[in-house]
Design a protein around this ligand. Sequence first.
Ligand SMILES: CC(C)(COP(=O)(O)OP(=O)(O)OC[C@H]1O[C@@H](n2cnc3c(N)ncnc32)[C@H](O)[C@@H]1OP(=O)(O)O)[C@@H](O)C(=O)NCCC(=O)NCCS
Length: 167
Amino acid sequence: MKIRPAEHGDIPGMVHLIGHYASEGLMLPRSSNAIAAGLAEYLVADVVGEVVGCGALQQYSDDSAELYGLATHPEHSPRGTGSALVEALIEKARTANIARVFALTLVPVFFQKMGFHTVQHNDVPLKVWKDCVVCPKFGNCDEIAMLLEVGVPVVSHSRQPALFKAL
Ligand SMILES: CC(C)(COP(=O)(O)OP(=O)(O)OC[C@H]1O[C@@H](n2cnc3c(N)ncnc32)[C@H](O)[C@@H]1OP(=O)(O)O)[C@@H](O)C(=O)NCCC(=O)NCCS
C-alpha cells in the first residue's frame, strides 16, 4: 500500500468510499465536484491501483488545519491504512508549519490513538463559524472536536514517538 496525493482518476473511488460511510451517518457525503474542487487537499491509500482510503487536510489559518474526509475501505484496506493516512496528513501539516490539526469526529478512540485530545467545539472557532453555523445539526452536534498539537511529543501510545519530533 502506498499513500500518495489524490488524482482526478481517484475521484469516483473516493466518492464511493465516503458515500458508504455517509449513508451510515458516520461522515458527511461529498460530491465529485466538491472533491475535485479540493483535490489538492486529499491523499489516498492505493493498493495496486485501487483507492482503499482517503483523507484530507484543509488549512484554516496560518497555524491551524482540519483533517477531514478520512475513510478506509471496509473490506479491501489493510490494517493500518487509517493510521498511515493520518500520519501522512500530519506530516503535510508539519511541512506547512501548521501547529494545530483538528478533526470533528464520531470515532474519538481512533484519533486518541493518533495523539489527538478532546477539546470544546469553541476551541476550533474558525470551523464553527465557517461550516457549523450552516449545518442542520448546529447546536445539537454529536461530533467530538479533537486537536493535535503538531510537533509536541506524546508518549502515551506506542505509535507516538515516530510521529512527533522532540522539541
Ligand atoms: C476511522 C477509520 C478511518 C480508521 O481506519 P483504519 O484503517 O481502520 O485504522 P487503523 O487500522 O490504522 O487502526 C488504528 C487503530 O485505531 C483503531 N480503530 C480503527 N477504527 C476504529 C474505530 N472506528 N473505533 C475505535 N478504534 C478504531 C484500530 O483498532 C487500531 O488500534 P490498535 O493500533 O490499538 O490496533 C476507518 O475505520 C473508517 O473509515 N471509519 C468510517 C469513517 C469515519 O468514521 N471516518 C472518520 C471521520 S472524522
